[in-house]
Design a protein around this ligand. Structure first.
Ligand code: ZN
Length: 44
């Protein structure tokens, strides 16, 4: 059974592998920080 390393979802059971890069997670964290910072400025 060959499973391509670039596959993010297991073709057998459909399990989604956790991504090792995590670049998308950092974008989400930065976006959330920007929103929190914006809200904080509005309250000051
Ligand atoms: Zn699987």
């Amino acid at each position: 059974m060959n499973i391509a390393a670039k596959d993010t979802v297991c073709p057998i059971c459909g399990y989604e592998f956790p991504t090792t890069s995590g670049s998308l997670r950092w974008v989400a964290i930065l976006l959330l920080a920007a929103i929190l910072f914006y809200l904080l400025l509005n309250f000051l």
